[in-house]
Design a protein around this ligand. Structure first.
Ligand SMILES: [Zn+2]
Length: 247
């Protein structure tokens, strides 16, 4: 059974859209209110339809938010999943003749002209806002301090390491990405006098070098996460087998 988002939009227009409330927050608050109306007595499969993609993304995102209504909506979803077999939020196109959505838009316009109530903020919402703001500020500070560093590349979502990697693979890739890899280019800053490659003797022993090192030619395969990790640990093992002075 499907319960359409016309329910959401009706609440939206009648109770929530304050004159000054941004559309996003009104939509999120309406979805939250619709979620509150779902009880054990409702159908086990609920599909909430919304024509406001930004609201759905804001709710689904794992990024910290300082907005109390977004946080409240996110918090209510796990509770509903306990009583529902299926809870889906789906985007639909606006103004294309979908009956429930057209009716929701009509009621929204009607409701926007009515006096709007102020919604109270709970202690939980305030605490969550503070927590998210602190997290967001700390992340911004860390991002700023990463500028110009090797590991700034890890801030790029396309280049950051997947959290699903095995620890041994993740550690190798992280070391190579940040330059804290205990290869001689790194060790020169700590203990060794030279940064030359101890395996082939040609060039600085950096993370990039090991992929061109003549001494490791047999083990160089690809630059996949596993390929990088295998090569890195092979290099480190060879270095560990060397006499301490050479190392
Ligand atoms: Zn080499």
């Amino acid at each position: 059974m499907r319960v359409q988002v016309s329910i959401v939009a009706c609440f939206n227009c009648q109770h929530l859209l304050e004159q000054t409330l941004p559309i996003l927050i009104g939509e999120v608050a309406a979805i939250t209110l619709a979620l509150e109306k779902i009880t054990h007595a409702c159908a086990k499969k609920i599909v909430l339809l919304s024509d406001y993609r930004t609201a759905l993304l804001a709710i689904a995102s794992e990024r910290p938010s300082t907005n109390a209504r977004i946080l409240a909506c996110r918090k209510s979803i796990p509770c509903k999943r306990e009583i529902l077999k299926v809870l889906v939020m789906q985007w639909i196109a606006a103004h294309c003749g979908i009956p429930g959505n057209e009716e929701a838009d009509r009621l929204t316009r009607l409701g926007a002209r009515q006096p709007q109530p102020l919604l109270p903020m709970t202690m939980d919402m305030a605490k969550e806002m503070a927590r998210s703001a602190i997290t967001e500020r700390a992340e911004e500070k860390s991002r700023g301090e990463c500028g110009g560093k090797n590991w700034a590349a890890l801030l790029d979502p396309k280049r950051c390491l997947p959290l699903t990697l095995l620890r041994v693979v993740s550690m190798a890739c992280f070391r190579l990405a940040t330059g804290h890899d205990y290869l001689r280019h790194h060790l020169k800053r700590i203990v060794t006098e030279s940064s030359d490659c101890v395996l082939c003797g040609v060039g600085e022993m950096t993370g990039d070098h090991i992929f061109a090192c003549a001494a490791m030619a047999d083990l160089i395969t690809d630059r996949s996460y596993i390929g990088r990790a295998k090569l890195y640990w092979a290099v480190r093992n060879k270095m560990a087998e060397m006499p301490l002075l050479a190392y």
